[in-house]
Design a binder for this molecule. Sequence first.
Ligand SMILES: [Ca+2]
Ligand SMILES: [Ca+2]
Ligand SMILES: [Zn+2]
Length: 470
Amino acid sequence: MWIAATFLLGSALATVPQEPASRPDAPVSAEEPWHPHFEAAERSDAGTALIAWQAAAECTGRVGIAHATITLERRPIQGGFLGLAHWDAEGVYLIELDAKPERMAEVIVHEVAHAWIQAGPPTLVEGRTELLADCIVDKRPGLANLQWDDGRTLHRMPDLLSWNNMEDHGPALLADARTDAYLGAARMVRVASLLLPEGALWNAEPMTWESFRAALATVDHGDRLLKILDGGAEAQRTALEDADLDGLPLLAELILQTNPNRWDSDEDGWWDGAALGVPHMAVALPFDGSPMCTGLASEPGTQTSTMSGGNLRGEGHPVAKIRQTQPGAPLLVELTGKAEHVTGGIWAVVHGTHLQRDQRCTHTENATVWAAQSEFSHVIPEFLVALAKVSQRAELRWGPTTGRMAVALGPSTTRIDGQVVQISAADVEQAVRTGKTEELATLAVALHRVWDNGTRQWPVAAAMALSLAE
Ligand SMILES: [Ca+2]
Ligand SMILES: [Ca+2]
Ligand SMILES: [Zn+2]
């Protein structure tokens, strides 16, 4: 089984140590495989295309079909496409581009992938091209975003069995039917990729509905997918719905036995669409920007950087950032930037030169708590229990908050700094001495609340804390 969600999004800093380039799975021969010459007015377009070409050759184990030269041209495209690959019997020779700068690389990756996937029904051609595009990004982290999908409901998606993308050029159809068809084709092929051996959907050309059916007939759950495909547009739309925006359509959630209405079915912090094989020490990052424990600490002066990945698609491109409150304190990692109109999720791994395992930070579904001073590590378990209790009380009274809590135990002053509640060493010491951990929790919850609701005033927080005490 191959999970389509293991794609790297790239690194946040230029200092990331590159992953070793060993690719034991690459069946391409040791000698440099053939590639066309890419000609473009924008040099970066040609560079992106060449890197995508080499990655696609590794993904598929075969050579793309193209003329000796592929021209890339930025210009308005008839029909309003963001990109369009032109090919004849000898393969791709022209790629037209009309995407916004932030999506240009993603579109180039898609069009280059068409050098491997040209023949067959449009649903299979486009869906398989999107799948190969994701593999390209997986092979070359940071080259481009994953193929776009904002998780929308596919209201206007036509029957994927009969969809013809060469017919619907009308501008009115542009924003709905065609977009929905492309997204539906991609989602359907991604579900198929969960069932089939890796690469089965692109390592040979052409693929027809007959060969697609034959491949699925031999694998578990394949009949389920085929039944939906034959069930008409409405059945397909329902099966390809991604209600909880975890990057898994309903059919995939049914197959994987996850909850189609919960981003994270088992509440372990990992969304359902996360890869089964994420890197060692990777952390799933919440979109609210709250920090998560990395399980690491670094010596003062250590260079650290993050590498992130996942299956996030859509408009927002938040970036993983390291938070270290003071030298020697635990390292945390959080997202900055908006993630709106997206589906899927992001994980991050922290790299660095002198990193040590560290137990002074704990995160749960609702909170991250760490000891800014080592001597407070032992307080964390008890504090977390009190925090859960008090948070529940606060939620019953005032409703849910928009973000998770983050609490640092032991800085010099008690305050709220952005999303992080800081509880001073003096306050922690006093609470420990008098056995009043719960009071500490009421203070933390109150401070978080006044930040979350925008009040941001001490007297309000103090009154809230008082009213939360039992
Ligand atoms: Ca879902
Ligand atoms: Ca989970
Ligand atoms: Zn295409």
